[in-house]
Design a protein around this ligand. Structure first.
Ligand code: GDP
Length: 697
């Protein structure tokens, strides 16, 4: 059977030329003189026209396509067999390229590709590509973009291996703030050594700022541009020909804030301890922050020039802290220094390089850049500017970027000395300008291919930020969710005295649970401060305040903003009870069923295997797309609803329009999925299941 092109064109409201173009676009070859089409193809084209671009391809159309493809394959097989007997046919270039491809190791493509480009690159016939896409439920013309994952699926089925050239950072990874996923490389061979990123922490007045200044003054070569005009929140020094990057914000607050945003920036922490003062509360706090983040610690015993310096006393205190010095048989590197006089700085930098070597720090230099914002502000002349630490790739001037929910084209880039630079590689800090708005520290920067992509992705990210804000889980539920995955309940404890802190520690150590462990990530004496909140936020733990209030009203506000649970206790027993409740509650979340409404099946439109399309009238409540359905058929002998099975609503229509939900009194079309075959008169009860974590009071 065949259909005349002219007839079909008229039916579709096209000229024959337009129809010919459409057929070519679908990937079929058509001779200029062709007047008729096979029935199957005609039907396919009609379907293509009646489907809106994003509607699903029905199994029937896909089957027809399959059939056509397999017929084509048979024809090709016969052709090639004929050729084999007739000897080699050198004229068939197309066939030849296909054979060549099958010998290729892999074909490299970017994050997305048009169907046409895909066919060209892999040497596979366009019709086959379109057919394969159809089999997978995607109706695409030759100019349509398909993403890498889709291309991968088809390629596998067609026997071609694809390799991804990473350019545009995946939005999902960006959305999740998942730096590890963004930096993941399938091929380890592309990774090369990169400089370490170091931060300086310690108690107030122990010399953090002085140390950072001394290192910078001794090692940063001033540039001709007249020094630093813009503050770059990180700098780089070169030691033994190897660069080291220092974050220029001393203290663990900045470190933890970034970690709370999900960005692991620091590779090594230098813990500054004054030799005349010893280990102090913030030393302990800083050490705990670094330990919790899994960052190696090098201790700088500072102020060695002072007559009252007592490094042995410091080493003893470090041992108590679990940081046993190397020369005392432990593993912690301790370097005596004087930040004031510059003594011991070379040794300290040597130790940084040595530790970096052991950490095996690597990055891909060849890809489009991904980085993290270390600091950002609004500049009077330049607008929003940010110090960005490049994590991988080369950041270039004029690159289109997304930074958190802002975006832009980099119009200016300065290194830490204030010199304009055109590119910046891994672990290099640069100040960038050209962004749509001021990002936040910890935001991820990613290069994308063009301005439009940057804008669209940034909008998606802004949308998702808003959504997470709106749907913010309660602090307790957040902890529970994280504990469920890590099997670890993390606590930051602040107590009024050393004695009560010790008592709490000992009692908590006695709590035993087979599945979940309790870990005190930090314990200190005093009121709850910002850094306690940020630490709990970064680790998804909660803060226990024992006879201890907030350091200031701002701390309370920060806790609310960061969604951190702070619980106050005056009796240890109550604290332990709560911890136990947390643990037991974690193990069995309650599933609560919420009934939405009922509808009656009035008509069956379509039925295929486990799928049906039925016409219904909503009797009560509401019906939602994706809701579960209880199928009720009459009554039982006890006059209760006779439930015959469970199904699911795949989609919901009012008339032609797809809708999310519909209320009582409406007629609707339900696309149903389930084992039970629906009958006219069935009552469908829609319900949702909500997972309720037992609340801890
Ligand atoms: P930070 O609060 O940890 O950043 O401490 P600073 O760097 O501001 O130093 C606090 C004080 O200690 C300043 O007066 C410094 O000059 C002084 N200081 C820092 N390092 C040394 C040192 O090695 N020797 C001596 N004698 N004083 C130092």
């Amino acid at each position: 059977m065949s259909v005349k092109i002219g007839d079909l064109a008229m039916k579709l409201g096209l000229t024959p030329k337009e129809l010919r173009d459409k057929i070519l676009e679908l990937g079929f070859e058509l001779s200029p003189k062709a007047r008729v089409l096979e029935d199957d193809l005609a039907e396919l084209i009609e379907d293509d026209f009646s489907n809106s671009p994003d509607s699903e391809v029905s199994d029937d159309v896909a089957d027809v396509y399959d059939e056509i493809i397999s017929q084509e394959r048979d024809r090709e097989l016969v052709k090639s067999q004929r050729k084999q007997t007739a000897g080699r046919d050198v004229k068939d270039e197309k066939k030849k390229s296909e054979v060549q491809i099958s010998h290729m190791d892999s074909v490299e493509i970017h994050d997305s590709i048009t169907v046409k480009e895909f066919a060209e690159k892999t040497g596979i016939n366009i019709a086959k590509v379109i057919g394969e896409l159809m089999k997978n439920g995607i109706l695409a013309n030759i100019n349509q973009q398909i993403d890498f994952d889709t291309a991968q699926i088809i390629a596998q089925e067609l026997g071609v291996t694809l390799k991804r050239i990473r350019t545009d950072a995946a939005v999902d990874d960006l959305l999740a703030g998942d730096m590890a996923a963004l930096l993941k490389e399938e091929d380890g061979a592309v990774l090369k050594e990169r400089p370490p990123v170091v931060c300086v922490m310690g108690h107030v007045d122990h010399g953090k700022t002085k140390l950072l200044d001394t290192i910078r003054e001794a090692n940063v070569i001033a540039t001709e541009s007249g020094g630093i005009t813009q503050h770059v929140a990180a700098y780089q020094v070169v030691k033994k020909g190897k660069p080291i990057t220092f974050l220029d914000t001393p203290g663990h607050e900045a470190f933890t804030e970034m970690r709370a945003r999900g960005a692991k920036v620091t590779d090594i922490a230098i813990l500054v301890v004054a030799a005349d003062d010893g280990v102090k509360p913030q030393t302990i706090e800083a050490a705990n922050h670094a330990k919790e983040a899994g960052v190696p610690i090098i201790v700088a015993i500072n102020k060695m020039d002072k007559p009252e310096a007592n490094p042995d006393k410091v080493k003893g205190e470090l041992t108590e802290l679990g940081l046993q010095p190397e020369d005392w048989g432990g593993k912690t590197v301790c370097v005596p220094i004087s930040a004031l006089k510059g003594d011991g700085i070379d040794e300290l930098l040597d130790m940084v390089l040595l530790t970096a070597d052991m950490e095996n720090l690597k990055a891909n230099y060849e890809r489009d850049a991904v980085g993290v914002v270390v600091e950002a502000h609004l500049d009077n002349n330049l607008g929003p500017v940010a110090t960005v630490l490049v994590k991988a790739g080369n950041l270039k001037i004029k690159d289109n970027v997304i930074v958190g929910d802002s975006y832009g084209k980099i119009k200016l880039m300065k290194d830490h000395t204030g010199k304009s630079v055109a590119t910046a590689g891994p672990a290099t800090p640069v100040l960038v300008a050209g962004l749509s708005k001021t990002p936040k520290s910890g935001d991820i920067l990613a290069v994308v291919k063009d301005e439009k992509t940057a804008r669209i992705k940034a909008e998606q990210i802004a949308e998702s930020f808003k959504k997470t804000r709106d749907e913010k889980m309660s602090a307790a539920n957040q902890i529970i969710a994280s504990v469920k995955s890590d099997k670890l309940l993390k606590l930051v404890i602040k107590a009024d005295t050393k004695g009560s802190l010790e008592a709490i520690r000992q009692s908590i150590a006695k709590i035993k649970d087979d599945e979940v462990a309790v870990k005190i990530i930090h314990g200190g004496v005093g009121k709850v401060a910002n850094s306690d909140i940020m630490m709990a936020s970064a680790s998804n733990g909660f803060v226990v305040a024992f006879h201890a209030g907030f350091d200031s009203p701002n701390v309370k506000k920060l806790a609310e903003r960061e969604n951190v649970e702070v619980r106050s206790y005056t009796v240890i027993y109550n604290l332990l009870e709560d911890v136990k409740k947390f643990l037991s509650g974690l193990l069995e979340p309650e599933i609560i069923e919420v009934v939405l409404g009922r509808a009656e099946v009035k008509q069956i439109f379509f039925h295929k295997k486990t799928q049906m399309v039925v016409g219904c009238k909503i009797l009560s409540g509401k019906i939602k797309t994706k809701a579960k359905l209880r199928i009720i058929r009459g009554k039982t002998d006890e006059d209760e609803d006779n439930v015959v099975g469970i199904g699911e609503i795949e989609s919901l229509r009012k008339g032609e329009e797809l809708v999310k939900e519909l209320g009582s009194g409406n007629d609707c079309g339900i696309k149903y999925k389930g084992e039970i075959v629906l009958e006219v008169g069935d009552i469908l009860e829609a319900f949702e299941e909500e997972e309720h974590i037992r609340s801890v009071s």
